[in-house]
Write a protein that binds this ligand. Structure first.
Ligand SMILES: [Zn+2]
Length: 250
């Protein structure tokens, strides 16, 4: 097994070393698939974290959204995040596109990060657009009679909302445009720990494929692009990324 792992790491490292414009894409959580994440949350993100619930039942929205957002915001950077940051700092990877909302790629390094769902680390006023850090939102919500955080600016008092995307909302337009541009520009598109089931992001690997660029897929679940990929590594990102960064001397 150890030999197999070494082999997978070496093949992926070789592919990265050959590429001039590698762009990586990660799922909602490194080391886990969307299914795992949905199960962990009791599928409640889809049920509660929607624009509709925010508008019609704000107290129920915040009761459910806030603890989950706080949980995601307290996750710690892993060796896999650090390995991607090392690869990016060394110029092996040029940009990271992510579906994660925990901002761990941003905490691991200061490269070119495209967060298509933005992240849960802040909220904003729905009227004056003032931005509040999540810890501040927690305090405001705790002091609120109905648990709904409202803008503290004098004369405002409008309800806050997450800065990131909710279910039922389009993704962050600028991020999507950049993600498509970077995917088209890449000569190696590296997909890590995402099942590619949720559109529009699930379509992203088709962009480099149509241009004849290589796609490599790291992940324990099969995807619809596996058969077109130059390399499929049936392991999680955390299993292989640190070894790849080591092997490339990053
Ligand atoms: Zn306001």
């Amino acid at each position: 097994m150890a030999d197999d792992l070494d082999d997978d790491i070496r093949q992926l490292a070789d592919l990265l070393a050959q590429a001039e414009r590698c762009v990586a894409m990660t799922g909602v959580r490194l080391g886990a698939t969307e299914d795992t994440e949905a199960k962990a949350a009791g599928s409640a993100w889809g049920e509660f974290a929607s624009l509709e619930v925010l508008l019609t039942e704000p107290a129920r929205f915040w009761e459910n959204w806030l603890p989950r957002a706080l949980d995601a915001s307290r996750r710690e950077v892993t060796d896999a995040h650090r390995a991607l940051a090392r690869l990016e700092a060394a110029g092996v990877i040029k940009a990271i596109i992510t579906q994660a909302v925990d901002h761990l790629h941003g905490k691991a390094g200061d490269g070119d990060l495209i967060e298509v769902h933005a992240n849960v680390l802040s909220c904003r006023c729905t009227r004056c657009e003032d931005v509040y850090a999540l810890a501040e939102v927690e305090q405001i919500a705790a002091a609120s009679d109905d648990g709904v955080p409202r803008c503290t600016r004098e004369g405002c008092g409008y309800p806050l909302r997450p800065t990131g995307t909710l279910w039922g909302e389009p993704l962050v337009e600028q991020a999507i445009i950049r993600a498509w541009d970077m995917a088209a520009w890449s000569d190696l598109f590296l997909v890590i720990d995402t099942q590619l089931r949720t559109d529009p992001m699930a379509m992203l690997p088709s962009v480099p494929l149509k241009r004849g660029s290589k796609v490599a897929i790291v992940g324990t679940t099969r995807t619809r692009y596996d058969r077109y990929a130059k390399l499929v590594v049936p392991r999680t990102g955390p299993e292989v990324l640190p070894g790849v960064a080591d092997l490339l001397g990053c």
